[in-house]
Design a protein around this ligand. Structure first.
Ligand code: H79
Length: 416
């Protein structure tokens, strides 16, 4: 059964498991999402008032007219932007791909587009093509790069979806917006920046089956290896996403990804200090991978181009954990047993990795429904673990102290 938190109308083609184009992504487990645009300037505050909700939605939440919002471009001058540092941070975090907002719902583009001057390249004092700099840097550092692209909502384009405070909905020609604006921009993204790992469409809303299919065909024609996220709409796309920040209750078959925030916003907000702990984030990564998913974890850089220090600290801590325990996640598949007394498992061939969030003070664990001949504590003291099959399940003892405060890992093997 499909878990209710996965929208079944998002992705998952029949026979997708045979599609080897997804293999790198299936093994990657962990990506960096970057939400960056003009909304980083108000950062959740408009006319001195805190606007509740996610930061990149401020234009809609405060019903800011295009005539007031679009001049933010004249202030966009992120002199601290450093593609090299951003990519290096993702590397240090153990992330295997980056997805950045090439265009979010507000319509502002982080790439140089011939279709509009409403971009960082043409409409700001900064005047640089952020996407080009990132693409070049990703190539240099051997990092895959994908583009978030809001295909349905565009609050700047008169025919785009979502802006009913500037434009009369009944006068909109959505089909013209898709054909004359979205398709040319997708073509630019898939032509001008080298190999693109994936396109992350979002909020399909009323896009028609034919429009979704034509966008998919365009992507496949231009870059056959570029994956397409299931939020393209109309059950098309290469993989499913869960709802934002939603982890399924148990294992889910197929290819799926959890897009998630570290605090409560995607785009930077000065008021949002509700940061998840390092332990929580590491355990969420383990939890998702143990269920067969991929974690796409977001940062929202400031208007200056700085990734918030709270995000950097968390990503570096996750990278340090992955540096030691990465073999228990990368390239694995969902564990054979879900939620073993609060623990998680992953599987790689015959090897099962057991992830222990709360290490037993008495150095003993009993694992129902698991079987093994040997157990090794990764990064432990090297003492031999006692493995005994008991009526209650596999009993591990002499485990020693917790090797890691957030999540320790035990490798279980069976004799050949
Ligand atoms: O890009 C991020 C979000 O901006 C985007 N998806 C992630 C990856 C997203 N688009 N739509 N949604 C998420 C659903 C948003 C709903 C809400 Fe709202 C926006 C809740 C509060 C603000 C819509 C507007 C409902 C109330 C106000």
């Amino acid at each position: 059964m499909q878990d209710a938190s996965i929208q079944v109308d998002r992705g998952q083609r029949p026979g997708a498991e045979q599609d080897t184009r997804l293999d790198w992504w299936r093994d990657a487990k962990f990506g960096l999402f970057i939400h960056w645009g003009l909304y980083a300037i108000p950062a959740g505050v408009w006319r001195g008032e805190h606007v509740p909700g996610i930061g990149e939605w401020i234009m809609l939440r405060a019903r800011i007219p295009v005539a007031e919002y679009s001049p933010l471009a004249e202030q966009f001058n992120p002199v601290a932007f450093d593609a090299r540092a951003w990519v290096a941070l993702a590397k240090a975090a153990g992330q295997k791909y980056i997805v950045i907002t090439s265009k979010h719902h507000d319509g502002f583009c982080l790439f140089d587009s011939a279709e509009t001057d409403y971009s960082v390249a043409r409409g700001t004092p900064f005047g640089r093509d952020v996407i080009r700099e990132l693409a070049d840097e990703c190539r240099r550092q051997d990092m895959r790069l994908g583009f978030y692209y809001s295909q349905t909502q565009d609050w700047y384009q008169p025919d785009g979806d979502g802006n009913d405070w500037d434009y009369d909905e009944s006068q909109k020609d959505f089909a013209a917006y898709i054909d004359s604006y979205v398709k040319p921009q997708v073509r630019e993204l898939l032509t001008n920046y080298g190999d693109v790992a994936l396109i992350w469409f979002d909020t399909p809303k009323g896009i028609t089956e034919r429009q979704s299919r034509e966008l998919l065909e365009l992507c496949n024609e231009l870059q056959p290896d570029c994956l397409v996220c299931g939020r393209l709409g109309n059950t098309l796309g290469d993989y499913a996403t869960t709802n934002d920040n939603t982890i399924p209750a148990g294992a889910v078959p197929g290819d799926w990804e959890v897009p998630a925030t570290m605090n409560d916003t995607w785009g930077f907000k000065t008021h949002d200090h509700n940061w998840k702990s390092i332990a929580d984030l590491i355990q969420k990564l383990v939890d998702i991978v143990s269920k067969g998913g991929v974690y796409l974890l977001n940062v929202g850089p400031t208007a200056l181009g700085e990734i918030p220090p709270e995000s950097v600290e968390r990503l570096e801590a996750m990278g340090a954990w992955l540096e030691r325990y990465g073999e228990s996640l990368y390239g694995t598949r969902a564990g054979p047993v879900q939620d073993v007394a609060g623990m998680r498992t992953t599987r790689q061939g015959e090897v099962v990795y057991l992830h222990v969030f709360d290490w037993p003070v008495d150095g003993t664990l009993v694992l129902p429904d698991l079987d093994a001949d040997t157990a090794e504590v990764l990064g432990g003291g090297g003492e031999a673990v006692n493995v005994v099959r008991s009526a209650d399940g596999l009993r591990l003892s002499n485990l020693g102290g917790a090797p890691d405060p957030h999540c320790s890992v035990i490798r279980l093997r069976r004799n050949a």
